[in-house]
Design a protein. Structure first.
Length: 291
């Protein structure tokens, strides 16, 4: 059985760890609220913009050639893997790394794959691999705002238009709630064509556009893609804080259970020590009486 000093030191260590995990849980909860507000405000705008764009582009009847929708034989692929900068958030980062490697090894097997890591965890993982990297934007989470994300999206879009890549895929955690984050593999480029059913086509809203449908598509498509990229970043950011909050909550609960067991061991050890001391005193007294 461990001595009292060792058990006491273990109790103090676990108590300190519990205080740290509690503080990290509170910090994650505060950051999650702000991140959740951003993504919940962005989603309706992004979805409505995409719906209008699909409506107008489908109504163009092929007269407008959208450069970002051009499909080519897929030979060169860009995988944008979005993780966090920090750990202590459960399987948040490992899920993205696993999904990225699975896509590279199976879906894009035999293709020329380039990786754009976003987040230090993705950068640290993929820099040890043999894949070509676009590492200029991996620090986007140092300050989550639209301007740096816009620059990263523009670089990807320009590379696609120039033919550097035939397909661009985003892999990130989509925020559902505090306890649930879903790994999403989303085709960013070329723009996926939406096949409409006959009933949907009949119910499609007609928009009056000025100066022309072609001009609106030319202006809307790049902005829509940048917002789609930004939404993925916001989703990942909110998911990170939700995952960290959940992980720290579980760690705090586990520390409480461990403290309970350690205090039980401490009390038993102390009682055993007291009992041994009493036995030694009684034995000494009996020995003196015998003399």
């Amino acid at each position: 059985m461990a001595n009292l000093k060792e058990v006491k030191e273990r109790i103090n260590s676990v108590s300190s760890t519990q205080q740290i995990t509690k503080a990290m849980k509170m910090v994650a909860a505060a950051k999650l609220r702000r991140a959740q507000d951003k993504i919940t405000q962005m989603r309706p705008y992004s979805q409505k913009l995409s719906a209008i764009l699909n409506n107008i582009s489908s109504g163009a009847e092929g007269s407008t050639d959208i450069v970002y929708a051009r499909e080519r034989p897929v030979e060169r692929v860009l995988v944008v893997a979005i993780t966090s900068d920090k750990g202590l958030c459960g399987a948040f980062n490992s899920n993205i790394v696993k999904a990225s490697m699975l896509a590279i090894n199976e879906k894009f097997s035999g293709k020329q794959v380039t990786v754009m890591p976003i987040g230090k965890k993705a950068f640290d993982f993929f820099k040890k691999k043999d894949f070509p990297l676009i590492s200029d934007h991996y620090q986007l989470f140092e300050e989550v705002s639209f301007e740096p994300v816009k620059k990263a999206a523009e670089e990807v879009m320009e590379a696609f238009v120039e033919g550097t890549f035939d397909q661009v895929v985003l892999i990130y955690n989509e925020f559902k709630n505090v306890a649930t984050q879903l790994v999403v593999q989303e085709q960013f480029l070329p723009i996926a064509r939406v096949e409409q059913a006959e009933g949907d086509a009949q119910n499609r809203q007609e928009y009056i556009v000025e100066p022309s449908r072609e001009y609106i598509i030319e202006e809307l498509v790049p902005n829509s893609l940048k917002i789609q990229f930004y939404k993925a970043i916001l989703d990942s950011n909110a998911s990170e804080h939700g995952a960290r909050m959940t992980a720290m909550s579980k760690a705090t609960d586990n520390a409480a259970e461990l403290l309970k067991d350690l205090k039980l061991v401490y009390n038993r050890t102390r009682q055993a020590a007291i009992t041994n001391e009493i036995l030694e005193i009684v034995a000494g007294a009996n020995a003196l009486e015998g003399n």
